[in-house]
Design a protein around this ligand. Structure first.
Ligand code: AVI
Length: 318
């Protein structure tokens, strides 16, 4: 059959399995235990995250999508004909709202750690936008970008797009580092979840259907499968709490017993009630986030907010 779209080019800088093993062992030997949220996104994890985005309690996605819809034309005027670079592109759904409003954009580069999910999403995008050059860049976006190895990123006008408030999963110092890396490319359109009462935030991260819990606990399933571990999923539970002092949700897996888990040759002990942090999700007021952006060398020039003051989209000029 005839190809009706340009094939997607894949640049694969996916970190090796060894990095997963050492990160898991290192994180489980720490106190308190913690593992970086990037490892939540295996195939199943990416699917569960997509399910979270449609939950009634998880207001973030629908609010941001509405903001993008309401302001697409204005945002498009900022885009010009630059290449769009999306950080943590996942299913590449939100960027469609920008592409619809900015048909002059000819190149899309999706950046994500989850290779298969990324490639499928970029292919679907290429099929739906036949004129578009879609490029899949599998990499850890918290690290400096391998720009020297990607001709499509060199000597051209690019605009970053970082929706979903994923910046909130980085600690503030890491967030500044990320922003400094992103500024190497150009301006940035970034979604940021606002501070709000715990009564709204906590259900968003611990929903009635238990999808948020399944998303976190899937990390243990992944460790069992990929690293040959023996986590007993019935002996762990999930918890999400808003810490107002730090302005962050803390997501944890909690051990329901004193127990020892094996990962290959390593033995990891858990006390009864001991926690393993899977994620922080920092929340920022508009002013707080703009300070952070300025610390990274950006100049905040526009911010869009919904009527309920739930979510911000910032336009940052480099
Ligand atoms: C991807 N990131 C912005 C989500 C958040 O809201 O912090 C991750 C998430 N984890 C559980 N629910 C959502």
């Amino acid at each position: 059959s005839q190809l009706h779209y340009r094939p997607v080019k894949l640049y694969d800088f996916q970190p090796p399995l060894e990095d997963f093993r050492s990160a898991v062992l290192e994180g489980l030997q720490r106190f308190p235990k913690s593992i970086s949220p990037q490892f939540l996104y295996d195939k199943r994890g990416s699917e569960l995250f997509d399910a979270i985005c449609t939950l009634p309690e998880y207001y973030l996605t629908r609010t941001e999508v509405q903001l993008l819809q309401d302001h697409a034309n204005e945002i498009a005027t900022y885009l010009g004909n630059g290449a769009l670079v999306e950080f943590g592109s996942g299913s590449s759904q939100k960027v469609r709202l920008l592409l619809d409003a900015a048909p002059q954009v000819q190149t899309y580069i999706g950046l994500d750690i989850s290779r298969q999910h990324l490639y499928e999403a970029c292919t679907a995008l290429a099929q739906d936008y036949p004129g578009l050059e879609a490029i899949a860049l599998c990499t850890d976006y918290t690290q400096p970008l391998p720009i020297a190895q990607i001709p499509e990123l060199q000597n051209r006008h690019t605009i970053g797009f970082f929706p979903g408030s994923s910046i909130g999963n980085l600690e503030p110092a890491e967030a500044v580092k990320f922003l400094q890396n992103a500024a190497v490319l150009g301006d940035l359109i970034i979604g940021v979840d606002l501070k709000k009462p715990a009564s709204i935030l906590e259900p968003a991260y611990d929903d009635a259907q238990g999808i948020s819990a399944a998303f976190a606990l899937n990390l243990l399933t992944r460790i069992n499968r990929e690293l040959g571990a023996d986590f007993d999923l019935s002996l762990f539970t999930y918890r999400a709490r808003y810490d107002e002092t730090f302005g962050r949700i803390e997501m944890q897996i909690v051990s329901l017993a004193q127990q020892t888990v094996h990962i290959g040759d390593a033995k990891i002990r858990f006390g009864n009630g001991e926690t393993l942090r899977t994620e922080y999700s920092y929340k920022y007021t508009s002013d707080e986030f703009q300070m952070l952006a300025m610390a990274a060398g950006f100049q905040p020039i526009q911010v869009w907010t919904d009527a309920q003051q739930l979510f911000n989209i910032h336009y940052l000029k480099r």
